[in-house]
Design a protein around this ligand. Structure first.
Ligand code: IMP
Ligand code: MG
Length: 419
């Protein structure tokens, strides 16, 4: 490894998604060979160029689709070391379903004109959206029975720090899912012990469930909120004054989540010391918030922290905790919440697993988690990848678009079966 490469890696590793970078690198070759502007640019040559680029991009997608299939087979056979994809992208995780990448590429190419571009190569966002579509198609296919959708809160269902207001178009989409007997989990870092707080954040959706004349009584109870990543569970209950009822921990926590209070406090003490050190070192106008299962810093004057300072505080806390004894025993999640930094006990892998177990033992291939934070360090949706399939959105608008796509494919497949 050259020094230049090492320096680049140290600087950027936590801000890259290795699989997306790998695909981007593969697509860059046909882009450079076929799309870069040439001396002739008559309409005819542009059309030829687009056709050729489309064919080459599609071939690459076909190859990756095969690599994913082989990866799943190797994992299932107990020989993960034989996966070629793992050899090429060592940090790649588990795939719960095959991915229809060719079909997804056709759909996104139509929307984003990827093959017709001569100056802008296939980008991170192009590939992220192709992967999302591929995941959605795989789940909505005939043998991919999706049963549970879990959502992150901030930036996925609503804008950062905002509430789910009645006019949010995601509400109608979630109601449709409930009507079709899907279970819904809202797996958020926002950790409150009081149902009234979640009622305030989710009011538009909870009201729609209460007022629905279409949902059955059972369907009206098929939504849970898992707060503090995996710390507190509430279930939708239109008859309750908060429209949510607290579910006692014994009813949903996994056996591996029986942590001693002293251990939890010890981990939070280390996290707190690290956050305070960052506050002092960078002279941040921050206020510390200590909770039963979390510790964090927020802006004291309602201003905005620069991204670099938030990330510095996250990575410092993460490193200190990783090196600590207690940090090796307890799962934790240090993340940049947009304008705050939190360290939570537990993580979204556990959060999604708890929803699966609460709804009767659902599997990863029956679960979709939709979130906005999927970078390996400092992002809290990342660990949900270990519990189920995922879709990576950049805004609440994209979440609505993904749900529309899911509905479209579910309905199309249903029609095909009926025909
Ligand atoms: P999420 O995107 O739904 O996971 O919500 C993350 C946001 O919830 C954070 O950025 C914080 O602003 C807020 N929050 C409130 N309480 C907590 C907590 O106890 N832990 C982590 N985040 C919290
Ligand atoms: Mg979020």
């Amino acid at each position: 490894m050259t020094t230049r490469y090492r320096v680049e890696y140290a600087l950027k590793a936590h801000r890259r998604d290795a699989l997306i970078e790998f695909i981007k690198g593969l697509l860059a070759v046909p882009f450079v060979l076929h799309c870069q502007p040439t001396s002739t640019n008559s309409p005819k040559s542009l059309e030829n160029m687009a056709t050729e680029a489309h064919r080459r991009y599609k071939e690459i997608m076909q190859d990756i689709e095969e690599l994913v299939k082989d990866h799943i087979q190797c994992d299932n056979a107990g020989t993960p070391e034989r996966s070629k994809l793992r050899f090429l992208v060592p940090s790649v995780g588990r795939f719960f379903t095959p991915l229809s990448l060719v079909k997804a590429f056709e759909i996104q190419d139509e929307k984003r004109a990827i093959s017709s571009r001569r100056f802008v190569a296939p980008s991170f966002n192009d590939i992220r959206l192709i992967l999302n579509t591929a995941q959605i198609i795989s789940l909505a296919s005939l043998d991919g029975p999706i049963k549970l959708i879990t959502f992150d809160g901030d930036v996925t269902l609503y804008d950062d720090g905002q509430c789910l207001v009645p006019s949010n178009p995601v509400i109608g989409r979630i109601m449709w899912l409930l009507e079709h007997d899907l279970r819904i989990g809202i797996v958020t870092a926002a950790g409150y012990t009081d149902g009234a707080k979640y009622k305030e954040r989710l009011l538009g959706l909870l009201d729609a469930i209460k007022d629905s004349t279409v949902l059955t009584e059972k369907q009206k109870h098929n939504l849970v909120v898992l707060g503090g990543e995996s710390s507190y569970m509430f279930r939708s209950a239109p008859e309750h004054k908060d429209l949510l009822e607290f579910v006692p921990r014994e009813e949903w926590a996994l056996p591996e989540m029986k942590w001693e209070k002293e251990e939890v406090d010890a981990l939070l003490d280390i996290a707190q010391a690290s956050l305070l050190e960052s506050v002092a070192a960078m002279n941040l106008p921050a206020t510390l918030i200590r909770k039963e299962m979390a510790v964090g810093i927020i802006h004291s004057e309602g201003g905005k922290f620069p991204r670099e300072q938030l990330e510095e505080a996250v990575l410092a806390a993460q490193k200190v905790l990783e090196l600590s004894e207690v940090g090796r025993r307890l799962p934790f999640c240090a993340f940049n919440g947009g304008n705050d930094v939190f360290v939570d006990i537990g993580d979204k892998r556990l959060g999604v697993l708890c929803c699966q177990s609460f709804f009767g033992g659902l599997k990863g291939g029956q679960t979709l988690h939709i979130g906005d934070q999927f970078l390996s360090a400092g992002h809290n949706d990342f660990k949900a990848r270990m519990a189920g399939t995922t879709v990576w959105v950049a805004s609440p608008t994209e979440t609505v678009a993904c749900l529309a796509e899911l509905r479209h494919h579910m309905e199309t497949n249903h029609t095909k079966v009926a025909a």
